[in-house]
Design a protein around this ligand. Structure first.
Ligand code: SF4
Length: 347
């Protein structure tokens, strides 16, 4: 019998395992779930409120394995990037980013590599290897939270599914992970604190919208279909008008809005004409635009935008009645910034 990593089970599946496989009463589910997701237990001997017999039987058919930290880099700005090894030896990255009041945001990966091949993105260059499991997605949070606790740092506040991979191409595991995160007996992270970054896949966005599990941030990066086809050819297979129509039906509560991410690539999409096109495209929608200046390093296909141009771009959007912010690029010195994740030691 193949042993199961208990991190891979949702609460319901853990309950089925407890009742049907172990023949134990239902309440054991809560106890095990708490040990795993609240107490950081990785060995059954630690689970002292389980019977001795159960503690002996559990390791025969199951185990608890976190992604293993194989490398860790700290940026001067406080950003921490982890290189994690999964059970099959594949590597992924997750990043802790300091935000206001000493709180942290964690950027999570959902796939090993990515099939979308956006031209500015290092993960895209890797190609797609496989989807990450429920346990691998949430295991990143266990690693990040433990690091913060061990180093006396503040709490993990927000989660952004913006690391390696296109989250909506791993929709089932993503939604299971979002549901498990919300569980009050476990990680207890409200969906309001989670953002799913996507290039915009309408069918999956409709499902995410109905689930009310998280709000999306759309990686737009171009104000016209033509330019998007150049920068993100695979994502642009969904025409912009179709994407916007899908977002227009995304259920929003009062005061919620859709975020559009716009990576400014020097000389490519950063002119004032592009800003005007962007304002026209998004019009009066309930949205905000996050501008991110591309962080070019050697051999990169694009160059960084002129810092003054970034400010002019932002100002024009405000002048057109839009809400726009320039997102400070964090962790660039350790290649932890947007589009730089690649999962290789010392990269
Ligand atoms: S930007 Fe996102 S969707 Fe595009 S290749 Fe990179 S990881 Fe994939």
């Amino acid at each position: 019998m193949t042993k199961i990593n208990l991190l891979d089970l949702t609460y319901d599946r853990l309950e089925a395992f407890v009742v049907e496989t172990l023949g134990e009463p239902r309440f054991r589910t809560q106890q095990i779930w708490r040990w795993i997701w609240q107490q950081d237990a990785r060995g059954f001997e630690e689970m002292t409120n389980l019977s001795k017999d159960l503690r002996m039987r559990l390791p025969l058919i199951s185990y608890v394995r976190w992604p293993e930290v194989v490398d860790l880099q700290r940026s001067q700005d406080g950003t921490v990037k982890f290189l994690l090894s999964l059970e099959d030896g594949r590597l992924i990255e997750t990043v802790l980013i300091p935000s206001v009041q000493g709180r942290y945001t964690q950027c999570l990966s959902t796939q090993v590599g990515c099939a979308m091949a956006c031209t500015f993105c290092n993960t895209g260059l890797m190609g797609f290897e496989r989807n990450m499991t429920h346990g691998e997605i949430l295991g990143q949070i266990l690693v990040g939270r433990r690091y913060l606790a061990d180093n006396g740092l503040a709490d993990l506040r927000n989660l952004v599914f913006m690391g390696m991979g296109e989250p909506l191409n791993n929709l089932d595991n993503l939604m299971d992970a979002l549901r498990s995160m919300n569980n009050n007996l476990g990680l207890k992270i409200s969906w309001r604190r989670a953002t799913v970054s996507t290039v915009g896949l309408p069918k999956q966005l409709d499902i995410l919208g109905k689930s009310e599990l998280a709000l999306p941030a759309i990686s737009l990066h171009a104000p016209t279909q033509e330019l998007r086809e150049q920068i993100m050819p695979k994502a642009a297979r969904v025409p912009l008008d179709e994407l916007l129509a899908c977002l227009d039906r995304f259920p929003l509560r009062p005061r919620e809005r859709i975020t559009f991410e716009y990576l400014l690539l020097g000389g490519v999409n950063d002119s004032l004409e592009h800003a005007k096109q962007l304002a026209r495209l998004l019009g009066q929608r309930r949205c905000k635009v996050n501008l991110i200046a591309y962080n070019a390093t050697e051999n990169d296909p694009y160059r960084s935008p002129d810092p003054d141009q970034v400010i002019r771009f932002e100002k024009l959007l405000w002048d057109k009645g839009m809400t726009a912010t320039i997102r400070r690029s964090m962790g660039a010195d350790i290649k932890a910034a947007c589009g730089q994740l690649k999962a290789g030691k010392g990269k």
